[in-house]
Design a protein around this ligand. Sequence first.
Ligand code: PMP
Length: 437
Amino acid sequence: NKEKREIVREKSAALYEKAKTFFPGGVNSPVRAFKSVYGTPLFIEKGDGCFLWDADGNKFVDFCCSWGPLILGHNHPKVREKVIEVMQNGMSFGAPTALENELAGLIVNNNKYIEKIRFTSSGTEAVMSAIRLARGVTGRDKIIKFEGCYHGHSDSLLVKAGSGLVTFGETSSAGIPKAFANETIVVPLNDREAISEAFKTFESQIAAIIIEPIPANNGLLLQDREYLEFLRNITKENGTLLIFDEVISGFRVGFEGAAGYYDIQPDIVTYGKIIGGGLPVGAYASSSEIMSHISPDGGVYQAGTLSGNPVAMAAGIAQLSELLKSGFYKELNAKTQEFAESIQRYASAKNYKLKVFKIGSIFWISFTDKDKIQSAHDIDAGGMDKFKEMHKELLNRGVYFGPSGYEVGFISSAHNKMELEKVKRTIFEVLDIIFKK
Ligand code: PMP
């Protein structure tokens, strides 16, 4: 009976019980705890190409890809070999290495939107530092962020919208001083009026607008280019800096990220995920002038024991070198488009309430009939039950999606056409099951 299929999770379940004795919720990052889907987390033992194996030996085609970094898939030989080569010489020196120059050169020399860069060890750190830089450069305290964009877990950014169009934010985590949240103004995406209102209310007080130019942390809320251009213009007019948080979109929709995709020049860009090839790396980048405010050249302090770590740099160098090969993005993006469009065609032909949103090699399956979803409050929260069903049935058939209906899926160059073809048929089968219920 196809509908009753269940994978064995005995070893994962035992590991999870043990993990709960060590870690809050049994995990080291909350979404991994499978709270938004059925069952308990799978403990992963191995990844190779587009596949994952869990502790019970179940094999999955992986569409989470470590939440984005693995654009070449798991355990890519070029990345692995470079990391092993560099590791032979030691793991960390707390002093400059040529590898930092090499990775920075690959990034900066192939990106017309930035001149100087600084490496950190995570996306959170990169964004936190970019905000500090914007405040340091402008001498202003307030920032604008958008409801539905995630920028890591620093104090200024774990802030959600209050009531009303333009309000001081409210903290979205315990432990953040109210005074910090008061410096963050939260507005809805795709709402020009809210932005204009914020600039009127807080004239000459706003240091920066920070946006995921391709919001991909709360569904995939694709914005119109004109809206991003509006943000570019209004920030310029007000002496406010525009920060593109490209921790997901950077090197994903193209080598120059969303800035290149839309051809819009931000003032500061943040990166993470892909530039580390699966090791902990983040970065922020800007013009030489703006970056001259960073210590030791300028007065904005930011540092890190493991920043520019040689092993992490090695992984980044190997991965980005692959991305620069001619035709890389064209092929990957075409594969994703074909995958997303066939799911959409199947669902539409059967009148299933489902839309597949996509850009580059990012996709999001939403249980809605809306053709466009551009702000957090347009998401059909009711559709999340369908996602939970789909997630469970897919896991039982060897397809691993991130454990939340608000998370996007990623396709890597290791997802070959034959596997994608098989997964498509599995998805069709699962849709038939969940829409029949
Ligand atoms: N910004 C964006 C857009 C992100 O997607 C994330 C992580 N998902 C972060 C910042 C934080 O990065 P990290 O998890 O590496 O700290």
